[in-house]
Ligand binder design. Sequence first.
Ligand code: AMP
Length: 282
Amino acid sequence: MEVIAGVKQMQERSQQLRAQRETIAFVPTMGYLHEGHLSLMREGRKRADALIISIFVNPTQFGPGEDYERYPRDMKRDLQLAQGVGVDIVFTPSVQEMYPQGFQTYVEVEKVTKNLCGISRPHHFRGVTTVVTKLFNIVKPHLALFGQKDYQQLVTIKRMVEDLNMDIEIIGLPTVREPDGLAMSSRNAYLSPEERRAALSLYRSLCKGEELFRQGTKDAKAILREIRKIIKAQKLAQIDYAKICDPHTLEDIDEIEGEALIALAVKIGETRLIDNVILREG
Ligand code: AMP
């Protein structure tokens, strides 16, 4: 496995792979890898000749007062895990090289970034789309894999790729969960044992929402009432949002017809967690 830190070196290496007619699968990450990340890598391994991942904690997607400085990092362990799933190249750029003096260009997707996480994190998706565009230009992948755990991010990236004619296939893969249902996240490392127990209320409430929908409840407010009740029963939990949206436009809906997204963001102590589920007729 190769580890490349330089932008120019990475571009040259990808150019070389393309010249050898090798297809490139790419998984961008912020590191502190877990099974969710590894599931994306295993799928990328199957779908392309070369598998490249990036590990970069991207400062432009964190707001003031968020957890950029204390975001968990463990490069040594990450490299071992990447090697274990057959990654060919790990791209590990520095902040200096990604955002040198004078940097002033951003990519912004308009409508789908406004609701949900866009409300409390107004500059978050601009940071995500900008860094992903830069990474695509550096790694030059044929396909890139993202998790449905960050559902709004996946919709935003798909929109960006289509709108800007980026010649890259975007693949979304299901959320990987702990045995008890908690969605895997690097931020789970922040949770105390008591918080870890309270965090399970996200998944439990989503299951309740699914159950109500299956039993015939189509009224979004009625479902959200039950979801909020389950989360509010945990004194360590504070809801940022609990919403039911159109899974394509991400606009709020009142009455579920066909498909819908239930999306949650909840603070457990100081840790903000997100989770979601898609409801489908039948
Ligand atoms: P991150 O390192 O948190 O930026 O995540 C990197 C990629 O892994 C993103 O595409 C995430 O959606 C995906 N990911 C994170 N957690 C999970 C999970 N539990 N299941 C599936 N994919 C995930």
